[in-house]
Ligand binder design. Structure first.
Ligand code: IFM
Length: 444
């Protein structure tokens, strides 16, 4: 049996666009995801986040669910266009929604962990060039400062950005996410502006503002393996590692971009002069913790046909409903590497979970055994890592509810609570029951 310490934080997580709905209420204006999801062909089931889990109107019920799990913390994000519906215009009604949520959570003894940006940039900002425009850093700072001013009293953990790789590369390189551009140069600029805005927010929070909580960033990371020992496959794996992991880890922890990636990108990026003097010092501001979202390993092989000379290789691992390799052992490799090469900061696993094809039985039960196994295996890895003093300070299950899974709409269910999207009824899955047990016993 493995134990978790009394201080270990158990939580569950969501994000604004994925659950809130109420897209045109409370003064909210469209975000890039409203526009993108309404563009034909972008979302596989043709859905949008207009209603999502209707969390905006069902907050009390959802807080009851969170409470029933016995977790220490709940991670949610703030819809920027509720707070600044147009450029420079603050909307107190939008903020009131989050303030009430944070206060109610506190009253129940649940620590609010707030992600400032989880991909829903206001449409007005996109129309001015979005994250490609360096001005975006100022727009973000205005938003972040308001969040700190109004919510810091109740919030114990701040996450500046969730998975900047997705916001930058899926949003501006592959085009699978909003705003749907396919231009590597734009994506690289975007990643720099996201990181710069992170650094400025940390600097402000810990300096001028004097925040009382902790602040960090969350990256989605995957340990990368070459499909064979060939030089080509190893080169390919290195390129993918640079694209996904090092392009974000190196500036944050080493104040530099990886040289091999600068070289690789230079074929597509005409000039790197958007990286201005002093930017990297700002990006590498000391933080209080480091957040990791972990889902899977990556197995990579050489491909002359691809821009960056690699592609995903065939893997015989068991997979989740997303087709992602179930890899709790490789999760440990990732942590060892981070400890060796990057940081000794406390690490929070700010997301871990899996989509599977759940079945709601007639009696309201959802026997999601595959998800129970997935969570148990990853939590076991966390406990083992902590036995080796790897300082994993907490673990948040993704996600509290089945929700709008971006380009996959409502087809992919990540929740530990099932949502019937026809009537918005919630059903506690077996995975939620098992998670509750682990949280209560602080062991598995
Ligand atoms: O649903 C997403 C979440 O918004 C960010 N991390 C990965 C999850 C599953 O794809």
């Amino acid at each position: 049996m493995k134990q978790f310490s009394k201080e270990f934080i158990f939580g569950t997580a969501t994000s604004s666009y994925q659950i809130e709905g109420a897209a045109a209420e409370g003064g909210r204006t469209p975000s890039i995801w409203d526009t993108f999801s309404k563009t034909p062909g972008k979302i596989s089931d043709g859905s949008t986040g207009d209603i999502a889990c209707d969390h905006y109107h069902r907050t009390e019920e959802d807080i009851e669910l969170i409470k029933s799990l016995g977790v220490d913390s709940y991670r949610f994000s703030i819809a920027w266009s509720r707070i600044f519906p147009t450029e420079g215009t603050y909307n107190p009604e939008g903020m009131a929604f989050y303030k009430k949520l944070a206060i109610q959570l506190r009253e129940e003894g649940i620590e609010p962990c707030v992600t400032i940006y989880h991909w829903d940039m206001p449409q007005w900002a996109d129309e001015k060039g979005g994250w490609v425009n360096r001005e975006s850093v100022n727009w973000f700072m205005e938003f972040a400062k308001k969040c700190f001013e109004e919510l810091d009293e109740y919030v114990s953990k701040w996450i500046t950005h969730n998975e900047p790789w997705c916001a930058a590369l899926l949003g501006y390189h592959t085009g699978e996410h909003a705003p749907g551009h396919t231009n590597l140069e734009e994506a690289v600029k975007t990643s720099h502006h996201l990181l710069l805005s992170h650094g400025l927010a940390v600097q402000y929070y810990k300096g001028e503002f004097g925040g009382t909580g902790e602040i960090g960033i969350t990256l989605n990371l995957s340990p990368v393996y070459a499909a064979s020992d060939s030089v080509n496959d190893r080169l390919a794996a290195n390129n993918h590692d640079g694209y996904l992991n090092r392009w974000f880890l190196d500036p944050i922890f080493k104040a530099q971009y990886p040289t091999d990636m600068l070289n690789l990108y230079s074929k597509y990026v005409h000039s790197f002069d958007f990286i201005q003097e002093g930017d990297l010092e700002i990006i590498s501001q000391p933080m209080d913790f480091f957040g990791i979202n972990f889902y899977s390993r990556a197995l990579i092989e050489f491909s002359a046909a691809s821009d960056l000379l690699y592609k995903q290789a065939y893997s015989d691992y068991a997979k989740t409903g997303m087709g992602w390799d179930i890899s709790p052992r490789e999760f440990k490799d990732l942590i060892y590497r981070l400890r060796e090469e990057y940081t000794s900061l406390p690490i929070y696993i700010t997301e871990n979970g899996a989509a599977f094809d759940d079945v709601l039985e007639d009696d309201g039960q959802v026997h999601d055994k595959a998800r129970v196994d997935y969570l148990e295996k990853h939590l076991l890895s966390v406990a083992e890592l902590n036995e080796e003093n790897m300082n994993i300070a907490g673990y948040y299950v993704w996600s509290l509810l089945d929700n709008f899974e971006w380009a996959f709409g409502y087809d992919k269910r990540f929740g530990i609570v099932y949502v019937d999207f026809d009537n918005q009824k919630r059903y506690v899955k077996d995975s939620a029951k098992r998670f509750k047990e682990i949280v209560q016993e602080r062991s598995l």
